[in-house]
Write a new protein. Structure first.
Length: 328
């Protein structure tokens, strides 16, 4: 229960809550499928114990549930008396369930996933930034277009493909991530990038320039989770980056669309959830999610370390992430 976890994986550790030192948070995915809201409390309390032992500033948990979990679930604990307020005892800020009930598909139809989040007083969102991030979501949904996601990149001479060809591609990806991110969810080393793209549970989509150089990337991480109800298969589309000199060409949208097509072609109804956690301060990535038909589900507050170009100014090392899912 008091272990420490570090990985390049975005989905992260499945099962009991563990401490992620790089992001100063406790993270967990509950494998017991819940039939009622009160069933979440033991897992939440377990995460709070790890948080207090490690002095972590955030908890992020995911639950699979038969019905939407009530906000009151997060209140019956040490010092938390109201949602979205400071606790006078624990000095922690409870956001409760940060996303709506995200429906699963296939044999899991009738069940859903919800995120629980809780931040310390030193890791709270900024009101002005939150309003601007809301505007990004509203504008992305308002202007969403169903245009062919591949046409823009193709018309401008880019090629989208699956998989890496060689160790040279890994080095290119490492340099690409370095060019885009000043700080990231995991330490940006060539070894971590290699781990990310070479794991059998990852699918990599690349966009190449006419010269063959990699200028954009997106990765689908697939998790097969043994739950109390049976096998749950989900995929997070993440680790997206586009060379700054090649932006505004629809490259990352083409990469994400390539991943979605591959997941649906490979698994069909046996992939029960496809989702993204987009940087809330970035217009482009949220716009592409809306364009591709993803639905907005909620926001993870000061969720992880990221520092890159922003459309909304954010103080400190942590950014908010918007959760989008593909309705099926």
């Amino acid at each position: 229960m008091q272990g420490e976890y570090q990985s390049a994986s975005s989905i992260g550790r499945i099962g009991e809550p563990v401490f992620d030192r790089h992001n100063d948070r406790v993270k967990g995915f509950c494998t017991t499928v819940l039939e009622h809201s009160d069933g979440a409390m033991p897992f939440i309390e377990q995460a709070r114990i790890v948080r207090d032992w490690r002095y972590a500033s955030r908890i992020t948990l995911r639950f699979v549930t038969r019905y939407p979990l009530a906000e009151r679930t997060c209140l019956a604990s040490s010092g938390i008396r109201k949602p979205n307020c400071f606790s006078p005892l624990g000095n922690f800020y409870s956001r409760g369930f940060e996303t709506e009930y995200i429906p699963l598909s296939g044999e899991w139809q009738g069940y859903g996933v919800q995120y629980f989040g809780e931040n310390s007083a030193r890791r709270i969102e900024q009101g002005n930034a939150v309003l601007k991030e809301d505007e990004i979501v509203f504008e992305s949904l308002r202007t969403a277009t169903s245009r062919d996601p591949f046409s823009k990149a193709s018309e401008r001479g880019y090629v989208t493909e699956l998989g890496i060809r060689s160790d040279g591609d890994i080095r290119q990806l490492f340099r690409l991530y370095q060019a885009v991110y000043r700080d990231y969810v995991f330490p940006l080393t060539e070894e971590n990038v290699a781990e990310l793209v070479e794991t059998p549970t990852s699918i990599v989509a690349l966009a190449r320039h006419g010269s063959g150089s990699i200028v954009s990337v997106a990765i689908a991480e697939i998790a097969e989770i043994e739950t109390s109800r049976g096998l749950l298969r989900i995929s997070e589309l993440s680790d997206e980056a586009t060379d700054p000199s090649h932006r505004s060409n629809g490259l990352n949208q083409a990469c994400v669309a390539t991943l979605v097509n591959e997941l649906l072609g490979r698994y069909g109804n046996d992939i029960h959830l496809i989702f993204e956690e987009d940087r809330a301060c970035s217009r482009g990535v949220n716009q592409q999610s809306a364009n591709l038909g993803f639905r907005y589900a909620g926001r993870l507050n000061r969720h992880c370390r990221i520092d890159a170009d922003r459309d909304v100014e954010v103080e400190g090392p942590y950014e908010d992430l918007n959760v989008w899912f593909l309705p099926r």
